[in-house]
Write a protein that binds this ligand. Structure first.
Ligand SMILES: Cc1cc2nc3c(=O)[nH]c(=O)nc-3n(C[C@H](O)[C@H](O)[C@H](O)COP(=O)(O)O)c2cc1C
Length: 238
């Protein structure tokens, strides 16, 4: 068996060598090889980092937080339908759907999408006064009317006042529930304005129609909310 000479070879070895062909090694070749090694040394960590980014993007699912305010449960139902729509679109997506009192800084921090919704009162967002008035008025009409847990606690107005700048993504979407009348107004514009003030980018706003003050929701509104959730999810993933 012919033994190959040690590398690097010198010119004389190559001329006398009779075994299998080996590459001719010259000084300029060695310099070029050294440059390639140096270039690779710089490039490899960069390639590894790029790979890491790709893996992160592929593995991490979208995290959405939905924060709602609701007196009689209608806005709550819409919020849950939006969550369902997102989950249907992205089965592995993480979706938290919580009332205002549970919309903590820890929960919303780092969310890819923040969705905020509330009922329309006096053509705009509710206040402590309108919530109290609404609850007393409807309970007088129907003592067994369903009231949401925490309906007499702080509302979206207070929650938004204490909101901090977004961490991570600043994408947001806003919805409200309202009457179908032409001059009904809406809570969504006020919510969107406040979110923008805090640095959020509001991608979409939507209003869902109720048939009366304490509900029910107009037929088809839950399906529309599911579709809206799915379309937001698609928009974010694009
Ligand atoms: C005090 C009060 C004022 C309201 N004002 C309006 C209004 O100006 N425009 C409107 O479309 N709906 C108005 N509504 C109806 C609410 O939009 C409705 O009660 C709400 O959408 C139901 O959602 P919830 O069950 O989540 O509270 C008012 C309701 C209350 C209690």
């Amino acid at each position: 068996m012919t033994s190959l000479p040690f590398w690097p070879l010198d010119q004389r070895d190559l001329t006398t060598h009779t075994g299998p062909k080996v590459p001719r090694v010259t000084t300029s070749g060695l310099l070029r090889a050294a440059r390639i090694v140096l270039a690779l040394r710089d490039e490899v960590p960069c390639r590894t980092a790029l790979l890491q980014v790709r893996v992160d993007v592929e593995v991490r699912e979208m995290r959405t937080v939905i924060v709602y305010e609701s007196l009689f449960g209608n806005t709550h139902k819409i919020a849950e339908a939006i969550a369902e729509g997102i989950r249907a679109q992205q089965p592995d997506a993480e979706v938290a759907c919580v009332p205002v009192a549970e919309g903590t800084v820890a929960l919303i921090s780092g969310a890819d999408l923040l969705i905020v919704g509330g009922p329309t009162h006096m053509r705009g967002m509710s206040s402590g006064m309108t919530r109290k008035m609404g609850a007393q008025g409807e309970q007088k009409k129907a003592p067994d009317v369903h009231m949401e847990p925490g309906f007499d606690g702080p509302g979206l107005r207070d929650w938004l006042a204490g909101l901090s700048q977004p961490t991570g993504s600043s994408s947001a979407a806003v919805f409200d529930t309202r009457a179908g009348a032409r001059m009904a107004g809406g809570a969504a514009p006020g919510i969107a304005r406040r979110l923008r003030r805090h640095g959020y980018r509001v991608l979409a706003t939507e209003g869902y129609i109720i048939d009366d003050t304490q509900g029910p929701l107009r037929a088809g509104e839950l399906d529309r909310a599911r579709d809206w959730g799915a379309s937001l999810s698609r928009q974010l993933a694009a």
